[in-house]
Design a binder for this molecule. Structure first.
Ligand code: FAD
Length: 336
C-alpha cells in the first residue's frame, strides 16, 4: 500500500522510498577568495548527486559575467547539471536572447527564469525595460521559442510583495507554467503550513508542476530578518527566539541553524515532500548535514529517471509532487 507514514522521515535512508531529490543554489563569487569558498562548497556537495545546481543572476554586466563564468566552469569541471538563473532586468529581448543562445551553445539545458528585482534594489517600483521581456512568463515563452531547455520559475507561498493578492501571484505562476515552465522553486519560508496552504491553492488552480520548497538554513538571524522583510517572507517569533543571546556565539548558532532546518525538512518529508532546493549561500556544511539526515550519501548510483534530467515528470520518488492537504490526509489514512 502506498501510504505516507506520519513519521516517514524516520525511515528515510539511502536507497529507501521515499527517494529524496535535492538541488543547490549558489551565487557567483566576486573575489578570488569567494571563488575558493564557492568551489569548496560545490566539491563537498557534488557527491550527493543533486538533480541540478543553480547559479543566481544579478543586475549589471560584471555580475552577469560572473554567472556565465560560474555556469561554464561547472559544466567544464564537474558532472553536475547547472541551471543558470536569468532575469528580464535592464536588458532588451535581443540581449537576453543572446544569453540564452550562448547558454545553449555552451551546453546549458536548464534555466531558472525570473523577472528579477528592480535596478534600484528590492522595494523600488519595477519598470520593465522598454525593449525587454516584461515579466517572468514572457521570459519563459522567449526561452522556449529559442530552445527546448528545461525551465524552472519562482513561487511565493507568502505572496510576492509586488502582487496585490495571493490569487494574482498564482495567476502569474499559472502564466509561467502555461508558457512552458516545468517546476517552481519557492521563496524560502519558515512555517510549513504556509507552504501547504499555498500548495492547496496552486493545485486548486490546476497547476500540476512540482512546487519545490526552497530551504534557507538560517545562520545569521539579523541578516535573514532584513532580507525576509524585503522579499515578503515572515520570520516567526519562535525562530528569532531560538537565536536569542547567540550574537557572539557562532558555533552554537550553527548548531541551532542545523536543528531548525532539520526540523523543517523532517516535517516536510512527514507530510509527503520528496524534493528540496537549498539556498546554500555558498557554504556546504549545514546543507550537507541536512542532506545526510535526509538519507543522501556520497556516490549513491543515480537512478535512471534522475540521470535523464532534461524533463522530469511528476511522479513517485524523484520529482514527485508534494501532496495537497486533501491528498496527504487520504494517503495517511491509506485510502489512495
Ligand atoms: P514574477 O513571477 O514575474 O512576478 C512575481 C509577482 O510580481 C507576481 O505576482 C506578479 O503579478 C507581480 N508582478 C510582476 N511584475 C509586475 C509589475 N511590473 N507590476 C506589478 N506586479 C508585478 N532575483 C535575481 O535578481 N536574480 C536571481 O538569480 C534570482 N533568483 C531567484 C530564485 C528563486 C527561487 C526565487 C524565489 C527568487 C529569485 N530572485 C532572483 C528574486 C526575484 O527576481 C524577485 O522576487 C523578483 O522581484 C520577482 O521575480 P519573479 O520571477 O519571481 O517575478
Amino acid at each position: 500500500m502506498n501510504t505516507v507514514d506520519p513519521r516517514a522521515s524516520r525511515f528515510v535512508h539511502a536507497g529507501a522510498s521515499p527517494r529524496i531529490g535535492v538541488s543547490f543554489e549558489f551565487f557567483p563569487p566576486k573575489t578570488a577568495e569567494m571563488e575558493e569558498t564557492l568551489w569548496e562548497a560545490i566539491n563537498r556537495l557534488a557527491p550527493l548527486k543533486p538533480k541540478f545546481v543553480s547559479v543566481t543572476y544579478g543586475a549589471g554586466g560584471s555580475t552577469r559575467e560572473r554567472t556565465h563564468a560560474t555556469v561554464k566552469r561547472i559544466l567544464a569541471e564537474t558532472m553536475l547539471v547547472p541551471a543558470a538563473h536569468l532575469t528580464c532586468v535592464g536588458a532588451t529581448c535581443t540581449e537576453v536572447d543572446a544569453v540564452i543562445h550562448g547558454y545553449r551553445e555552451a551546453g546549458v539545458r536548464h534555466i531558472v527564469a525570473l523577472r528579477g528585482d528592480p535596478l534600484g534594489g528590492l522595494g523600488e517600483p519595477y519598470a520593465p525595460h522598454p525593449g525587454g521581456y516584461r515579466h517572468a512568463a514572457d521570459l519563459v515563452a522567449g526561452i522556449k521559442r529559442i530552445a527546448d531547455i528545461e525551465v524552472s520559475v519562482s513561487a511565493y507561498p507568502e505572496r510576492h510583495p509586488d502582487s496585490p493578492t495571493v490569487e494574482a501571484d498564482i495567476d502569474m505562476l499559472k502564466a509561467k507554467v502555461d508558457a512552458g515552465a516545468s517546476r517552481a522553486i519557492t521563496q524560502f519560508f519558515f512555517e510549513n503550513d504556509l507552504y501547504f496552504r499555498y500548495l492547496d491553492r496552486v493545485r486548486a488552480r490546476g497547476i500540476e508542476v512540482p512546487i519545490v520548497p526552497g530551504i534557507l538554513p538560517v545562520q545569521n538571524i539579523k541578516q535573514t530578518k532584513s532580507f525576509a522583510a524585503r522579499c515578503g517572507t515572515s520570520v516567526p517569533d519562535w525562530l528569532a527566539e531560538r537565536f536569542d543571546g547567540l550574537d557572539h556565539d557562532p558555533m552554537t548558532r550553527k548548531l541551532i541553524a542545523a536543528a531548525v532546518a532539520a526540523e523543517q525538512v523532517i516535517d516536510l518529508v512527514d507530510r509527503g515532500v520528496t524534493d528540496f532546493h537549498f539556498y546554500t549561500m555558498n557554504r556546504a556544511d549545514l546543507v550537507y548535514a541536512i542532506c545526510h539526515l535526509l538519507g543522501l550519501r556520497p556516490g549513491l548510483p543515480v537512478e535512471e529517471e534522475e540521470a535523464g534530467q532534461s524533463n522530469p515528470k511528476p511522479g513517485p520518488g524523484a520529482g514527485a509532487l508534494p501532496l495537497s492537504t486533501g491528498e496527504r490526509e487520504k494517503k495517511v489514512q491509506g485510502n489512495v
